[in-house]
Design a protein around this ligand. Structure first.
Ligand SMILES: Nc1nc2c(ncn2[C@@H]2O[C@H](COP(=O)(O)OP(=O)(O)OP(=O)(O)O)[C@@H](O)[C@H]2O)c(=O)[nH]1
Ligand SMILES: [Mg+2]
Length: 328
């Protein structure tokens, strides 16, 4: 991507402030692909007053998440326009495939000025969303969307990441998932406010629902007794009005009892932590580039653990010296 110079970011932010969707799209691309602009852009839109409702939709591959999101957008739009959907493509290097599928299914909204749809790569970052979800959400919030749906594939590890990114979470499953997916599902169920059995038109849907209700009523995985189970047929919209109302109701309840503020605090903390880890890795990479060849001394019987300890100590010491020198 071509390097933008600061005046270009200025101009984009001005157009963004005036409500240009094109400027929003370009800023999202910069935030995603151009680390050098990221800080400037995100810092300029924070802090944000008037947060959108952030709905997370997650679940195993192919259960009908995108189809459901598309339907949910239609319902949410009645009260909460303008609104946006963010999809995360787990196959980071491919920008066509899965996204194109989403685009086609979501095309009914494409020409609709009230709905903004965007896919981003998750870049193999643990969990389904990619670190950039925070930055993307900051931009979408500042733009003034009233509701944002974030769709992620439950990746089996780090599923809780979406919890830090969404106010309210729907975990989508479907009948007839394989054993491997069943195992992943257990982890996913822990994070849902609502569990949606989609593809309720297929055989096995009733059984799936019964098994879910049973396991959830036993305290369920993670002991979330309050998880609800809904059935939908995303392809024809059955059950979707009820689900959309329920999600908004849960959101209102979370707001009332203070849990929403806590979830948003967690989200902000996760963003901070992501930045910190990234900065730390950069710092480490710099130091390794400088001194890695001397860090491990095999000739003197050194072992890699001791060498790593020494390296860290040295690095912290010199960072401290550097910091103090900077203040003098
Ligand atoms: N029979 C039936 N098929 C459905 C239903 N919902 C979605 N599908 C189909 O399931 C397939 C996958 O749908 P998607 O919406 O792409 O599923 P997804 O979970 O977003 O998939 P990934 O993003 O690739 O994980 C498509 O062929 C849909 O038409 C449903 O309620 N019933
Ligand atoms: Mg999808």
């Amino acid at each position: 991507m071509r390097l933008p110079d600061p005046p270009e970011i200025e101009a984009l932010l001005r157009r963004f402030g005036a409500g240009s969707v094109e400027a929003l799209a370009r800023l999202l691309s910069l935030v995603e692909n151009h680390p050098a602009s990221r800080r400037e852009i995100v810092s300029r839109v924070l802090p944000i007053d008037g947060q959108p409702i952030v709905v997370g939709v997650t679940g195993p591959a192919g259960v009908g998440k995108s189809t459901l999101v598309s339907r949910l957008l239609v319902h949410f739009k009645k009260e909460l326009a303008p609104l946006a959907a963010l999809g995360f493509d787990p196959s980071s290097k491919l920008s066509g495939g899965a996204l194109l599928g989403d685009r086609v299914r979501m095309s009914e909204h494409e020409l609709d000025g009230d709905v903004f749809i965007r896919s981003m790569a998750s870049r193999g970052h643990g969990g389904g969303t990619g670190r950039r979800v925070h930055e993307a959400l900051a931009l979408l919030s500042a733009f003034g969307f009233k509701l944002v749906i974030v769709e992620t594939v439950g990746a089996g590890q780090g599923e809780t990441e979406i919890m830090q990114n969404a106010d309210v979470i729907a975990v989508v499953v479907a009948p007839g998932l394989g054993d491997e997916v069943q195992a992943m599902k257990a982890g996913l169920l822990e994070i849902g406010d609502v569990v949606v059995v989609n593809k309720a038109d297929l055989p096995g849907a009733d059984l799936e629902r019964a098994v879910l209700l049973d396991s959830l009523s036993l305290g369920g995985p993670g002991g979330r007794a309050s998880v609800e189970v809904c059935s939908t047929i995303a392809t024809d919209g059955t059950g979707v009005p009820g689900l959309s109302e329920r999600l908004l109701e849960i959101h209102r309840n979370l707001e009332r009892d203070g849990s929403l503020a806590k979830r948003r605090q967690e989200r902000a903390r996760a963003h901070f932590e992501g930045i910190l880890r990234e900065r730390w890795t950069e710092l480490l990479d710099d130091r390794l580039a400088d001194s890695a060849p001397d860090a491990l001394r095999l000739d003197t019987g050194d072992n890699p653990y001791d060498a790593a300890d020494r390296f860290i100590e040295k690095m912290l010491r010199s960072t401290g010296d550097h910091g103090r020198a900077g203040q003098d």
